[in-house]
Write a protein that binds this ligand. Structure first.
Ligand code: ASP
Length: 436
């Protein structure tokens, strides 16, 4: 019998997780049961993905950069990557702003609901504000300073330092290129082999993906706030989701125009990564899978994917920037503020920077939203308004973040002549653990 494709297995796992939790919450012991006996498996699954993120970046980038064999190729690819990332982010913020001004979701919030939401979630707001103010205390060039680690082992101990690890890996790769090949043969083949092993580990972890997402979604449903709050925020949530859906359409159009790959091909190939992004709310945790899908199933050559994707996972967050723009204007509307055109233009710049600064972990976009609100003079207490629906929106924006990275990797690959044919066909997608 033909094996079920991975994305179907993951979807079934997600659906069963939701149904299971909806049944369990009707019993007194249901929530506790899920927390104690189901959620840990979701956590183990995410941990195992995060576990390989740093080794993957190190191995793949060192291999990728040294495979380029020439520094000018690296700078050409780097320049294109950054420019396309910034362009897509600006498009995303602009879409968010246009939509939120058309739909006006903030006007549907009554004074009573606003007070209830602000009171109910003010503790969380304080937590987010504190975290954001820690980041704000630094000077204008802090981001640049943070890019260069003092100690690579220290940097590699936290998934939050991915940019530092990327810096080290690119630097190391450049060193490798500059030394005659025979001298560094062993080092190079060590990283080539290391990279293969990590990719095989991704395959192995993906075997557990359907069970992992079952546990993650069950826990999410069991812990989510009441449905009434969702209703109050329905228009806001719909505006964000509509914008995110538009971004997916835009990626497909860009991919089709520049690479001639059909949307059905692209979406099918990338869907397991999208489903994982949805379940984990973390582009960093999804990175190993995005990398595998893009190289094996889309045909982006590894030297491009290993450069473009880890950088994208940390700085390119189109979904997050779109959400930040919508959220900022929504909060302003709910508080009866009228934002001038100039302020809204400023939101494009601040949301672009805030999304670049957001870590690729759940909820990071909300921390950085504090900066956007601060810039536009919107009350930070408004964070409490959107808190109730933040997690589901985080899941959706992470899908867009990951899809954006994947499509940009195709565009860059095409522009440097490195978009080949996929090694694996999508319809034969069963993740057998073979000894190839
Ligand atoms: N969860 C998002 C990501 O990992 C970031 C965010 O918007 O909170 O891409």
């Amino acid at each position: 019998m033909k094996k079920l494709a991975l994305h179907w297995k993951i979807l079934i796992g997600m659906a069963l997780g939701v149904v299971f939790a909806l049944i369990m919450v009707n019993f007194d012991f249901g929530k506790e049961f899920i927390k104690d006996w189901i959620k840990p498996f979701g956590t183990i699954f995410i941990n195992s993905l995060k576990l390989i993120a740093i080794p993957l970046i190190l191995a793949a980038l060192i291999k990728g950069v040294s495979d380029l064999k020439d520094i000018s190729k690296l700078s050409r690819m780097g320049g294109r990557t950054i420019i396309i990332y910034i362009i897509t982010t600006v498009i995303a913020v602009s879409i968010g702003l246009v939509l939120v001004n058309i739909v006006n979701p903030g006007n549907s919030i009554s004074d009573k609901t606003r007070t209830e939401l602000v009171d109910g979630y003010s503790d969380n707001t304080t937590k987010y504000k504190e975290e954001a103010s820690k980041q704000k205390e630094s000077g204008p060039l802090q981001a640049l300073i943070d890019l260069v680690p003092q100690n690579i082992f220290d940097a590699a101990t936290s998934n939050r330092n991915m940019l530092q690890v990327i810096f080290f890996a690119v630097f190391f790769g450049i060193g490798l290129i500059l030394i005659p090949e025979e001298k560094v043969k062993t080092v190079k083949s060590f990283f080539d082999g290391f990279n293969e092993v990590i990719l095989k580990m991704v395959d192995l972890i993906m075997l557990a993906a359907p069970y992992g997402v079952f546990a993650l979604l069950a826990a999410l449903i069991a812990e989510s706030p009441s449905v009434d709050l969702f209703k109050a925020l329905a228009w806001y949530a719909l505006t964000v989701i509509l914008g995110l859906a538009l971004m997916i359409v835009i990626y497909n159009i860009l991919v089709f125009i520049f690479t001639k790959k059909r949307p059905s091909f692209f979406m099918k190939a990338i869907s397991p990564a999208q489903l994982l992004a949805f379940s984990t709310s973390s582009s960093a945790a999804t990175l190993p899978v995005t990398m595998e899908r893009v190289t094996e199933h889309i045909g982006v050559e590894e030297e491009v994917a290993s450069f473009v994707l880890p950088i994208g996972a940390t700085i390119n967050m189109d979904g997050t920037s779109l959400y930040q723009a919508v959220a900022a204007v929504f909060i302003a509307q709910a508080f009866g503020m009228d934002l001038s055109f100039g302020t809204q233009l400023g939101i494009i710049a601040t949301a672009t920077l805030a999304s670049i600064g957001s870590a690729a972990v759940p909820g990071a976009g909300m921390v950085m939203l504090v900066g956007v609100l601060g810039y536009a003079g919107i009350p930070e207490a408004g964070l409490a308004l959107i808190f109730a629906v933040d997690r589901p929106l985080d899941m959706c924006r992470t899908v867009v973040n990951v899809t954006g990275d994947a499509s940009v990797s195709m565009l860059v690959a095409k522009s440097v002549g490195k978009l080949g044919t996929p090694k694996q066909k999508n319809w034969d997608d069963n993740y057998e653990v073979s000894k190839n």
